[in-house]
Design a protein around this ligand. Structure first.
Ligand code: 5GP
Length: 222
């Protein structure tokens, strides 16, 4: 089996990354999710250890110092970072590992893991983004403004990504299906399947050995 894909998904706050990723898990059992560490306060719907590993600034900074954090950013006043152990423990047995990161983290991961696949999830337009962000009612007005200010900056960075997927209103199942298609194609890239050459050559060697044995057995019978 070839290795799973390290899949980075980005998109401005309010794009619907969470809903699309939830759909991905409904449609395929070949994905795992890298749970990031953060110092932001949990929202009422957040579950510690599932959505994030919530921690204090001191604890986060200790993890940076000890090298347990692969990449991190300060996003709208809080630390967010990818934990080394999440990648080491979950990116195995052919599983595709999803990293949901803002743009700077995504580009840092691309530098460290050039084989990763980066997908930018785009909302249909700014109005929809604004309405979705306000509609979820989980952030203060100040936090909403900070996230909206960042949205333009993030969309400008889209040119650095490998793929773009549009998350149309009410169509997150389609967006998830498109991501699954991208991952399927990526897994078929020749450079991810070079082991098949060795396997074929081994099967040829076995075939030749069997034929030689058969010929020797036939010769003895005669
Ligand atoms: P939120 O507070 O809405 O959960 O997340 C804010 C932003 O941080 C989102 O764009 C999300 O993708 C990003 N994010 C979450 N975890 C990480 C991480 O580990 N590293 C980086 N660089 N960004 C993250």
């Amino acid at each position: 089996m070839n290795e799973g894909i390290l899949l980075v998904i980005s998109g401005p706050a309010g794009t619907g990354k969470g809903s699309v990723i939830a759909e991905l898990f409904k449609q395929s059992s070949e994905f795992a999710y890298s749970v990031s560490a953060t110092t932001r306060k949990p929202r009422p719907t957040d579950v510690d250890g599932v959505n994030y590993h919530f921690m204090s600034r001191e604890e986060f900074e200790r993890k940076i110092e000890s090298g347990d954090v692969v990449e991190y950013v300060n996003y709208c006043g809080d630390y967010y970072g990818t934990l080394r152990r999440e990648i080491e423990e979950k990116h195995k047995n052919g599983m595709n590992l999803i990293l949901e990161l803002e743009v700077h983290g995504a580009l840092n991961i691309k530098k460290k893991y050039p084989d990763c696949v980066t997908i930018f999830l785009l909302p249909p337009d700014y109005q929809t983004l604004e309405a979705r962000l306000r509609g979820r009612g989980t952030e203060s007005e100040e936090a909403i403004k900070r996230r909206l200010d960042r949205a333009l900056e993030e969309v400008r960075c889209m040119s650095e990504y490998d793929y773009v997927v549009l998350n149309r209103e009410g169509k997150c199942a389609e967006a998830a299906a498109e991501i699954i298609e991208i991952v399927k194609s990526e897994r078929k890239r020749v450079r991810r399947n070079l082991y098949l050459i060795d396997e074929f050559i081994k099967s040829h060697a076995m075939f030749t050995a069997e034929k030689t044995q058969e010929a020797a057995a036939d010769a003895q019978k005669e």
